[in-house]
Design a protein around this ligand. Sequence first.
Ligand code: PMP
Length: 378
Amino acid sequence: MIYFDNAATTKPHRDVLDSFIKVNEAVYFNPNSPHKWGLQAEKVLLQSKERIQAMLPIGQNTDVIFTSGATESNNIALKGIAYRKKQFANEIITSVLEHPSVLEVMRHLEDDGFKLKYVNITSDGRIDINHLASLMNDRVGLVTCMYVNNIMGQIQPIDEIVTLLKDYPKAHLHVDAVQALGKIPLHLEGINSVSFSGHKFNGLKGQGLLLIDNKDKLEPIVHGGGQEYGIRSGTVNLPMNVSLVKAIALALDDLNDRNHRMRHFNNELRQFFKKYKGVYINSPEDGAPQILNIAFPGVKGEVLVNAFSKSDIMVSTTSACSSKRGKLNEVLMAMGIADNKIEGSIRLSFGDLTTEDDINHFKEKFEIIYTEIKELLK
Ligand code: PMP
């Protein structure tokens, strides 16, 4: 099987699984229990947070909140910040490029009385920084932007946004960096909060992280026993959190190697597809290396995914989260891509375990798939 759907999820690393099992066996205690074993668990929890602060500092201070994944991190951060600021800064800026775990929160906040503004997108799928500047004012309390787009792979100008927002101290910048960690070098300096999901970089499903420059900025969304500074109540899942630290360490450890390997695969397939009439590349060349979105105008994305799947190649249409909704992908629409190209788009996404052999087998199998679909291509 050739697994080119790593942007949807990745295979857990053996060391992450081992760490999860080891902590489950050795330190299964509740970090909130007052006894000796509880205190031991609390110590491990604090050490995990210190390691994350050292690996992923976002500025002068980095508060670490463990969650179940980026969906939860995005919800906690966006609602938590927005509700805290509602009285004095109730405008929010986002873009149509965001993942549903941001966009659906935005729609909810809009229904709840916030003023929502969408920043324009340039033809290469990036935030239009001049338009963003024109939307800014002293009532903007929150700006949210993803780091790497999950469908096309374009990288957003986070540094430029950070610089722009320096003139607007009321505006909190939240970044969804789910598709960036372990793929490209991260510049987190100056971001106010950031979300990650462990399963996107060979961690486990249900492992998430929210980093914030000051946890006191957040209005709690989930109320309960007061764990995680009262922001994310519920018994702390220590084995999950410790093994997330392992996954992050592994992802950052050989980042340069992985980045180059994926860039090489990406370039190799870009060259390869040039030989085939009616096949187009959607992803920008300077995007994140692990994502290659390609269009086969005239053939429906689902038909393509099935054809590839029959040949044991796993790819996605737009993204696993929205592909079942059956509507034209808004990210590609916002970039001005023609409807028939959007309909016929698929995403190949590489991972840490992708090999040159996978690329070679893919090329061989693609010859057969192309013969089947070429009559349909426009
Ligand atoms: N943001 C982005 C950019 C994503 O790709 C995803 C996962 N598809 C999420 C957020 C949500 O992550 P999870 O499903 O792990 O909560």
